[in-house]
Design a protein around this ligand. Sequence first.
Ligand SMILES: Cc1cc2nc3c(=O)[nH]c(=O)nc-3n(C[C@H](O)[C@H](O)[C@H](O)COP(=O)(O)OP(=O)(O)OC[C@H]3O[C@@H](n4cnc5c(N)ncnc54)[C@H](O)[C@@H]3O)c2cc1C
Length: 541
Amino acid sequence: MRYDVDFLVIGSGIAGLSFSLKVAKSGQVAIVTKKEAMETSTNYAQGGIASVSDKYDSFDLHLNDTLQSGDGLCKEDVVEMVVKGGPARIRELIAWGVSFTRNNTDSNGLDLVLEGGHCKKRIVHAGDFTGRVIEQALLDSARNNENIAFFENHIAVDLITYSTRMKRGVVTAAHEDVCCGAYVLETKTNEVHTFRAKTTVLATGGAGKVYFYTSNPDIATGDGIAMAYRAGTLVANLEFVQFHPTCLYNPEAKNFLISETVRGEGGILIDSQGRAFMEDYSPQKDLACRDIVARAIDTELKKSGDDSVFLDITHKDPDFIKEHFPNIYKRCLSLGIEITKDPIPVVPAAHYMCGGVLVDMDGKTDVERLYAIGETACTGLHGANRLASNSLLEAIVYADRTAKSAIENLKKENALFCQDLPAWDPMGTMDSDEAIVVSHNWDEIRRLMWNYVGIVRSNKRLLRARDRIDMIEKEIHQYYWDFKITPDLVELRNLAVVADLIIQSAILRKESRGLHYNIQYPQKDDRHWQKDTILRRPFVG
Ligand SMILES: Cc1cc2nc3c(=O)[nH]c(=O)nc-3n(C[C@H](O)[C@H](O)[C@H](O)COP(=O)(O)OP(=O)(O)OC[C@H]3O[C@@H](n4cnc5c(N)ncnc54)[C@H](O)[C@@H]3O)c2cc1C
């Protein structure tokens, strides 16, 4: 089947939905999303959105907190633009039906909370399920818009690109430079459709699934980054992966976070022998910042070989615990952990990808008509470490700017572009009889990344990881050409590309900064490394 649309939006999280709602007045929008539309990281975001809303706060203070966290790699003009864009976008979310928690003080009626790294209360939230409330409101609005069509259970396989230079008969050693849409696999029928689009937007979210432990849902396999890289765009800063220190360790609770407020309210990290270990790592002990705690737990686990450490809040009054952490209490109890009596088993987990597809201030990649927004993009806002609750903010501010740019671009449309798109070539005609190859490689990549390219890195481990991923990629490549594609194979292929890019970027950065820590280079080196790590697929002519 072939679909012709003005805007092809890949992803139905906050970035894809808010972009779609803005451009729908100017053209037909197709939202392609690989599971049900609600299945996004956005839906799981708990905390909220950072945005200056109070007379005791200021844009300068928010800017400074963001720069501080980014450890020398934020782009200051981007930070300023995003921070200043926040209040208008919050008002817009409210107009779209998002009901944030209210409070009748000075903060424009919004209840604001404080999070680590912020010097003021500026997190706008909806209870402790902010993401779900936003996702639902945006989805409701989008489903009611007659210019927006949803394609659920459709997974984008690859972008369709085209070279204007070749068309003019000039053969240059360069990548294709225009995007014409994407090939998309309908997961229920295993049919590949061609979506021809005047504008294509990658809003595919993060890549947490590349690690064995992650807070991210299953959709976070870095597809947008891998597709863009294969299409020849620039990607940047993929070594900066943020780990949340305390994710519940339980086979039945793949990605349940134990909020940092548990430590804030007196929770103590202990090892399997009951020893409190944080005083070995920081004078602030359990209240040290996220990165220090994550690194400390990682070191303890590598030393002991244990599966998890424990977060102990049992010394607090049971009623206090139940009142302050009702969700955590309920979830843990459902898994047989009574947190007023039992310490909670926890591990650090991959949480957020600071790097991604390199874009300018309008969300444009360096391939024409291709944009990237949300977690899949690298805008320069986060630098080497994301400030808490700045990611939802980045997604809505960039969706707004990108929508304006895409609408302008549409007016310049040259009707002759992308006329003769090649149909999907099914390549391997055989059904796979060895699905085990896919599941084995999935598992191997995730363990390899966890053990060798995790929170604490070393040259030896990174080189070992590079050798392994080279072999795995060769195997996947072979498999991809021999057999019919399946959603699992599409994701595995992308996961391997993203793993490879993280490893390459981590090997290149010969210093420790922000979220990247290498024991061979424990210091920050501003003289040589105060710059982005940028990669592009080598051109094969
Ligand atoms: C547990 C958790 C808590 C968080 N808490 C906060 C918080 O409090 N504040 C904050 O600012 N940030 C938070 N974050 C981060 C934030 O939620 C994400 O960065 C943000 O939601 C990403 O939005 P997005 O639109 O870019 O992607 P997502 O919301 O992840 O949406 C991605 C979409 O792309 C689709 N997709 C992916 N690949 C394909 C493909 N190949 N074909 C078709 N569709 C595809 C997916 O199905 C999905 O619809 C949290 C994240 C997690 C996991």
